[in-house]
Design a protein around this ligand. Sequence first.
Ligand SMILES: Nc1ncnc2c1ncn2[C@@H]1O[C@H](COP(=O)(O)OP(=O)(O)OP(=O)(O)O)[C@@H](O)[C@H]1O
Length: 609
Amino acid sequence: MNRTPRRYARRLRKQIGGADTPPFMLVMNDRYSGAALEAVGRWLFRYRSELAPIVLGLWVGLAGLVLHSTHPGVWPLIAVGAVVLSGAVLKGWLLRRLDRFEERLYAAVTACAAGGWLASATALGGGRFQLSWLLLVGTLAAAVPWWTHRRRRARVAVDRTIRAWPDVAESIGLVGSHVVSAAVDLWGWRARVGLRRGQTVADALSRVPAIESGLGTRPGAVRVTPDESRADRFTLRVLDRDPHAEPIPWTGPSVASICDPIELGVYEDASPVRVSLLRRHALIGGIAGSGKSGVLNVILANLVACPDVVLWGIDLKGGMELQPWAACLDRLATMPREAAALLRDGVRVLDGRAGALSRRGLRVWEPSEADPALVFVVDEYAELAEEAGDALAHADSIARRGRAVAETLLAATQRPTQQAMGRKAVRSQMDVRVCLRVRERRDVDLVLGQGMLAAGWAAHMLDAPGKFLLSAPGADAPQRARAYLVGDADVHATVERYGPSRTPLDPLSLSATRPVVTPDEDSDVIDAELVDADDSAPPQGPEAVLLNALNDAPPQGRSVAGLMRATGMGRTWVYDRLQEYATAGRVVQVSRGRWRAHQGGDSAAAMTG
Ligand SMILES: Nc1ncnc2c1ncn2[C@@H]1O[C@H](COP(=O)(O)OP(=O)(O)OP(=O)(O)O)[C@@H](O)[C@H]1O
């Protein structure tokens, strides 16, 4: 039977009738006043945000009265405190979450005015007619912007949405789901939503456009992320505006060692995206123009600031992307044969280091300035498979065995299909995945791994270059992020700053790249070794340029970076030659990183052979 409250009331009245009821009525009165008080309390709590300026005004007034009667002499202290407080708020040292200047200005002016009034009231007495009026007018003046404030209104909107959620849930097919908690944040609001038994996060993920329609948001405003601790809950995020609408400029390196996690960009909640590359390989995938080279630039711009890293680059797009970094790269391959040789040397370094470790009874290569990590940066990995197929076997070796010896492979490619990555296990070895915009839904799984699309990693919905999803140890949620934008001027300035002081490869690794040559090794190595061994032959090509540059060097010598630029060769090559000439007494090191020909009488003649 459906018993309405009115029926109950009627029955109650009948029961009470004309009988003697005073004690009963007395109890009812108590309950009534308790309920009324509770209702007032609930109302005050509900509107606590709106009432905040009035409560503050009352507190300030009360404090003025008390201080005037107990400590009237403290008013200068209060005045100075108010000014200092306002300054700190304005500067952003206090109330840091106030991200806009107008908000900080409002808080600073309010603090200053309240402090000024309190100081006056302490000195003169808050009960004075003019001061009381001033407090009233000031409180109302401060309350108006507060009541009309964006975030406060957003909170009201969230409250309304939460109340309306059962209807929305019914219309979008999530009947029975409920909002567990909600909060307004910088760009909108977020809520934890509980699902009815049997519903899953996948149900919510597949209904994102319906949720947007149900809530009346703009398209693309809703994010659904699984709750790591509960399968029957998810986080619903509604963004009033896109926090990543504008490019985010890079502000400089965030690390000084490869052991530190690198800051790639920022998530939508403004927290930084950090990822460690030590003993990890990374795959960066996305369609053309999605910002893969941009992400590589952020990584390079950080790694060049690490003295415990040596960088080798492969850019088979003719060096278009990596050439600007050449002065910071120990080696750069822009041709397929060079790429294959570079990766082959990478494997030799790997073997050399592994041998040295086992001789020393160690398991891992700890990167330091003397024993740096070796990072391979490959832009457009698919070109490698197409043009330097034999290089893939070396890349595979590095991917499988490189971790212990601090060799890291970073590969960017548009679609990491088996054809693009080769048949080997390179892709499966990459535990850091950066997925930029992909064209087709199935490409999400291709870049991030099987099942990631179904788990909510919707990289096909990313809508601007540099926006990405990161999957890495410690980054398990599909949170949208945007990479910092490293502009050409940033690259130039970074190379100028760090190029001259880049760390060379350690002697052990260097010697591993120059093995004893046996006749059945491939011919280009033999040729190189023969040219190196033939001291009597006049130097050709870059070597001649190097020698001439050293001959013509000013008294303070030439920098290694300058010699690299002049010869077009990598750091290792230049250092190698310099060591050879120094051993032969042909060149001298004038100061750290600066060289010139020996100043002895016949040195110039000896050098040019
Ligand atoms: N983080 C970013 N923020 C804003 N714009 C970016 C960002 N990264 C890249 N871009 C812009 O997007 C464009 C394409 O970037 P980029 O060359 O890195 O893409 P790509 O994926 O490497 O392309 P391709 O595969 O053709 O080489 C560039 O003009 C660049 O200015």
